[in-house]
Write a protein that binds this ligand. Structure first.
Ligand code: HEM
Length: 456
């Protein structure tokens, strides 16, 4: 017999407010009652939304997300104000598939060795000024590093006024969504009213216009002087055609660049900040990491091999455990039930929405005993399937930047741990807080840094 559908029991508007203001509280409360699946009403336009927290059910959804549980981009319009409607995030079906094929090679693992030097250099450049400060928010520094990395890999912009201006404007724009209150603008369309640039949405629109101006200027310059041998993503996009053989329009290019910029730097900055936070709170973890890095440096003999840092087992376990405890993205993108189905004995009807709940999956006691504890060793003691540990989602919308994000996390951490001594300034646990559609450390993790006298 089919189960009745377990649902969060409160009015839709109140559910939406809870989901925006305190997503962890919302999910954990529901999971106490319904640990595997529950239905909710967190989006006005969607009707019933199922949060799925059980690995086999998630596998069933994500391995059938071309046919039975489709992944249309128009369900991701919450991000349209930033990434438009023509990016890999918001495209559907064949156009989505083609666009992924276009951008994926740029983020393939084999290209990472090229980025190692760049990431280590940017880490040193961004960290050095912190030595003179009594206190700084780690997340701000990480945001600066990951933004520069993505600007350089996506646009191929290595220096100049345009790079600097674009960096500043994008930073300012993302800061607009740095709290649950301001993030509400994305979730409640009624708040998206441009009442002049002193109003919150008007300010957002004004800043976005400035960014667009710079992006369109760059596109125009690069079209006029196309250099096919360049390896950045903008060049690849300029050389490509859509499904009908047409070149991408300026607007399509703009949307894609914005999508990669945003998806590509906010997430990684948050992930490395959490990693540093846990390393500094866990002396044993830190000591094991330093030993591993010291042994690696010895075997390197001065000739930096970035891929061997990438493969270090304990560093990998620390990054995985960070993304388990704090998956940054709480949910996969939504999938739509295209053919009615039964999941975990629950009947799903056509047009119902299902989402893999990464946060709750990673908190399951049966997979991760003492789930609130930071224990990288669990990733050395056993292997988790891609549906038990999935910080980058799965199926047709699996994160395109996964290899870059993991590589970046490891090179940034290795560079910081080798060169700087950090002190966590607050003994209180740092809590996760909504930041747009992600979860980030509240307050950004305050630290102090000094130069290491002897680097490993
Ligand atoms: C720690 C860092 C990151 C995390 C935790 C993360 C997580 C995710 C997740 C959960 C999804 C949704 C997958 C799904 O629905 O199944 C996603 C999609 C995506 N990510 Fe990431 N991501 C990270 C870094 C990056 C980077 C560095 C880039 C690009 C440079 C990137 C670009 C994208 C794009 C474009 C999509 C949409 C893919 C599509 O719709 O086909 N992400 N990411």
């Amino acid at each position: 017999m089919l189960k009745s559908i377990p649902a969060v029991e409160s009015a839709q508007f109140w559910q939406q407010v809870q989901w925006v203001a305190d997503p962890i509280g919302y999910m954990e409360k529901a999971a106490q009652k319904y640990p595997d699946i529950f239905s909710s009403e967190i989006a006005q336009a969607w009707g019933k939304v199922f949060f799925v927290n059980e690995p086999q059910a998630i596998q069933e959804i994500l391995t059938n997300d071309r046919k039975q549980f489709t992944a249309p981009g128009d369900l991701n319009t919450i991000l349209s104000p930033i990434v438009g409607n023509n990016s890999v995030i918001t495209l559907s079906s064949d156009r989505h598939k083609k666009r992924r094929q276009l951008v994926m090679p740029a983020f393939h693992g084999s290209r990472m060795q090229h980025y190692g030097e760049l990431i280590a250099k940017l880490t040193r450049q961004s960290f050095e000024p912190m030595l003179a400060r009594r206190s700084f928010a780690v997340r701000d520094v990480m945001q600066n590093i990951s933004l520069q990395v993505i600007l350089q890999t996506v646009f191929g912009l290595y220096e100049g006024d345009r790079l600097q201006k674009l960096g500043e404007l994008i930073s300012n724009l993302t800061e607009l969504f740095n709290s649950p209150l301001t993030s509400a603008m994305l979730f409640f369309p009624v708040l998206q009213k441009d009442l002049g640039k002193w109003s919150p949405w008007g300010n957002f629109v004004a800043q976005r216009e400035q960014i667009d101006k710079l992006i369109y200027a760059e596109i125009s310059d690069r079209r006029a002087n196309l250099e096919p041998e360049r390896t950045d993503i903008l060049t690849m996009l300029l050389l490509s055609t859509d499904v009908d053989g047409n070149a991408l329009s300026d607007m399509e290019l703009r949307d894609e660049l914005m999508a990669l910029l945003f998806a590509g730097h906010e997430t990684t900055a948050t992930a490395v900040s959490w990693a540093l936070y846990w390393i500094e709170r866990s002396p044993e973890v830190k000591s094991k990491l330093l030993h591993e890095l010291a042994a690696q440096a010895k075997s390197d003999q001065g000739d930096q091999d970035w891929m061997s840092i990438f493969k270090l087992p304990y560093l990998t376990a620390v990054c995985n455990e960070t993304l388990r405890v704090h998956p940054v993205a709480m949910l996969t993108f939504p999938r739509v039930v295209a053919e009615s189905a039964t999941i975990l004995d629950v009947q799903l009807e056509c047009n119902d929405i299902v989402m893999g709940c990464i946060y709750l999956l990673h908190q399951r006691e049966d997979l991760y005993p003492e789930p609130k504890k930071f224990k990288p060793e669990r990733f050395l003691e056993r292997q988790f399937s891609p549906y038990e540990f999935m910080p980058f989602g799965g199926g047709v919308r699996r994160c395109v930047g996964e290899a870059l994000a993991q590589f970046e996390m490891k090179i940034i951490l290795a560079t910081i741990l080798r060169h700087y001594q950090l002190t966590l300034l607050d003994n209180q646990p740092v809590k996760p807080q909504r930041r747009g559609v992600t979860l980030a450390p509240k307050g950004g993790v305050k630290m102090q840094a000094s130069q290491k006298l002897l680097s490993p």
